[in-house]
Write a protein that binds this ligand. Structure first.
Ligand code: AMP
Ligand code: GLY
Length: 425
């Protein structure tokens, strides 16, 4: 089989690594990929939003399976464009990817189908939003309706902050048209958990749980980022939580999408808050999480290509999805200054140590080759994800931090408290 992966981050590297283990796969391409991915797949310089070029490439190479990793092309309808050319694709069509693409849509869906989530209102008029805020309890959460690189969520402590947030999103258009509509919702407290799942339109198979660390600095300080590190499983995702989510959230979401004529095939990523009143959905994503994927896939057993195909064919009920009884921790090595301003182009050393270290992985997020074609250079805010397995979370964490020392590059930055919550479990 020939496989094409669309995307260029640590998530796509982890997907490529797992796909490469499938005995069914003889050739793998990645568009556009990165230097790390190029060790597993032939990277082609086509951007993830260049739909016509991707379709032409997939047809020319007779690609048997395309896997779309990123949110923007999913929400923009890449799957529909490729399918119109007769290609087999893993990922939701545009009509279903709206589950991530519009927060107003997803909140209305949850309300209509009684899926537990924070109370909310939606607004297209800034004055009406501000009038509502006068009556709302603080803190309050403002969310741009559309995709905003994970940065369109503002947690506001005071009425003044919230009004300034409305201006920023709706009038100054900080995230462009993503802020034409906003959701204002109740602030929830509790532990956050990420749960990824495979969905074939009717059946859902949930993967093992994970927890992300979104803020840039130790102790959850600083700006929100794409994610600075993850661990899996979450010790807070207990059997009781799992039973609740199975009863009220997972299948209910899949059925709701089907009932709306928006049959969902692909990955649903549930961002959950474990509140003292029970689990609540904070958000849905229509793709694998990054860096969640970097701890979940190393623990997954079996052939992921079979699972992707079962999702496309509607036979997921026949798949026995299993995860190893161990743990994984991923520490992101970033460029100092991320997510605001950072420099790129520094040589990376020490990567070769991962080649024969069993249970240790380095997934590339932002890397490229120097002109010599072999030196790895930093090429992004998030540079590498260093993942290690262990028999339990504490061992995995110790292993991952040990491996962060193997690698070096200019302006290397990481959080030192990834997985600290494990100690409280
Ligand atoms: P989202 O992009 O919707 O996941 O939001 C980004 C982050 O904002 C989440 O990971 C939470 O940490 C936080 N967040 C979102 N919604 C709420 C809420 N209703 N209450 C508290 N925190 C929230
Ligand atoms: N790590 C969070 C996300 O992928 O959205």
């Amino acid at each position: 089989m020939k496989v094409l992966i669309v995307g260029s981050g640590g998530r796509e590297h982890a997907i490529a690594w797992k796909v490469a283990q499938s005995p069914k796969v003889e050739k793998m391409y990645c568009a556009p990929g990165n230097a790390g991915i190029s060790q597993l797949a032939e990277c082609v310089p086509i951007g993830a939003m260049e739909f016509e070029e991707l379709a032409a490439f997939a047809k020319e190479k007779a690609i048997d399976l395309t896997i779309v990793g990123m949110d923007d092309p999913l929400v923009g309808g890449l799957v529909d464009v490729l399918e119109a050319e007769g290609l087999r694709v893993f990922g939701p069509r545009k009509a279903a990817a709206i589950l991530e693409g519009s927060k107003a849509f997803s909140k209305d869906l949850m309300k209509k189908y009684n899926i537990p989530t924070a109370a909310y209102e939606t607004f297209t008029d800034p004055a009406a939003a501000c009038a509502y805020l006068e009556t709302a309890a603080m803190p309050v959460v403002l969310k741009a309706d559309g995709l905003a690189l994970g940065k369109g969520v503002l947690i506001c402590q005071t009425l003044e902050e919230a009004k300034a947030g409305v201006k920023e999103l709706m009038e100054d258009k900080k995230f462009g048209s993503a802020g034409d509509q906003i959701v204002i919702e109740e602030f929830l407290t509790g532990r956050e958990v990420s749960v990824l799942s495979f969905v074939d339109g009717k059946t859902i198979k949930v993967m093992t749980s994970a927890q992300d660390h979104k803020r840039a600095g130790d102790g959850d300080t600083g700006l929100n980022t794409g994610g600075m590190g993850t661990f899996s499983p979450s010790p807070f995702y207990t059997e009781e939580v799992d039973a609740f989510c199975k009863k009220y959230i997972y299948q209910a979401t899949v059925d709701a999408m089907a009932a709306e004529g928006r049959t969902f095939k692909g990955i649903i990523f549930f961002g959950l808050m474990l509140t003292d009143k029970g689990p609540r959905v904070l958000e849905y994503n229509a793709r694998f999480g990054d860096p969640e994927t970097q701890v979940v896939l190393p623990r997954m057993e079996g052939d992921i290509v079979e699972v992707f195909e079962a999702c496309i064919d509607g036979t997921l009920d026949q798949i026995d999805l299993q995860f190893a009884d161990n743990a994984a921790v991923c520490v992101v090595l970033a460029s100092d200054g991320y997510p605001v301003h950072y420099e790129k182009g520094y040589a990376i050393s020490g990567l070769e140590r991962f080649a024969d270290a069993d249970g240790y992985y380095v997934f590339h997020a932002g890397t490229k080759f120097a002109e010599d074609g072999k030196t790895f250079l930093t090429n992004g805010g998030r540079v590498l994800g260093v993942t290690a397995l262990g028999k339990d979370l504490k061992t995995a964490r110790a292993n991952a931090y040990e491996a962060t020392e193997w690698v070096d590059f200019g302006n290397k930055y990481m959080r030192h408290d990834i997985g600290k919550a494990i100690d409280e479990a």
